[in-house]
Design a protein around this ligand. Sequence first.
Ligand SMILES: [Zn+2]
Length: 446
Amino acid sequence: MSAKIFTTDQTQLRCIQCSHVADLLKERKFQCPKCGDLYDVVHDFKPLKKSFSSYTAMFDSRAARAFSASGSLLERSGVWRFKEWIMPYLPEKYIVSLGEGNVPIVPAGNHLRKWIGGGDVWMILEGMTPTGSFKDFGGTVMMSVAKAAGIKYVGCASTGDTSAMVAAYASVAGIRSVVILPRGKVTAAQLAQPLVHGSTIITLPGDFDDCMRVVRELVAGKRLFPANSLNPTRIEGHQATVFLTAQFFGWELPDWIALPVGNGSNCSSVGKALRLMNQMGYKGSSSRILACQSEAANPLASSWMETRAAHKEVTTSDWRGMYKPMKAGETTATAARIGDPVSRDKVMREIIQSNGMMNVVSEKLLNEAVAVCGRDGYFVCPQTGIALAGVKLAVERKALKKNERVVVVSTATGLKFTESAACGLQKNILEAGDCATETVAKLMGV
Ligand SMILES: [Zn+2]
């Protein structure tokens, strides 16, 4: 590459464990060569010399033009609106955007409010993005950096949402993509997206962890540029969840941000964004993270609870000592069916830093949450069900107080999970014995 796009003084990769520094545009493995841990993307914000209020005024003026035909790229994307906090030194010409990020934030409907039983509950509907899941927030940043780095082939192991995102954004960036999936563990709808976007699809006769291992080995041999949670550029984009939420509430953060944890990239980004806002001069009270897992795949939540039971205060080193990977069980929340999350160390750091909490929800409760939300008109994915059920448990246990505001991250649309959602509700279908209008009227009760 001829001219340097940005220097490591401006943006660099830094190991979360030993602080080893690497060049973001040259790195191909995204694992520290010294200690094997993950990288953070770190920017030098000092030369930007802006106060918190001048940043927010700029972001607000961009938001006002989000739906204008004459709006610029930074105005139309609800992720790149916050470019100075997300990837400040990346030249705009490398940005690969599908207009992601302009998602609604809505108050809980009557059914959900009643079901949860307290709290000022809101949802950020991140399923309302181009590929139907929150992954687009990170994907737009990851693929833009890949384009700047001159990458030719990106790929991931994915239970669905990541593969859809990678396929769509890679196609637009002009980069080849491959998705490696556990055979029989993803829905037809989830396979349809990478197929339509032109990805190479390879299925393995194993589970998600097998796919992850193959990806890791391809990445280690520098034969594949990783698009999954190993790649920390995605985390930069996912931070928009927090920025959009703060902006929506007039630059005030809610008491809690609740979300499901699969591989952990979303939780890592929420924590990173909260710390970034403080660094930028945010003076209000920050959010605590409520991170939820299902009984089928709860290696982080169960070890958090064990650590808390054994020690008064949870520290990262105590928690690491308690952590054990698990073989994930069956669950309708297939996108969070992960027994050994890649971003576990970052999740631990962010839960502790935000004075957050973890909990485990039953399969029954998470499916109930999806059904209750459906009655309010929102068809959310089962992973959103995990977070909603987690909020209900937190209210019941009085860990979340009745007057506290909580924003639940709805990570994907339920349209990707029609089979599992409809499955429990089949009993509600009435079967008419004949084709007579009167028979139908009788079943309708009219
Ligand atoms: Zn290291």
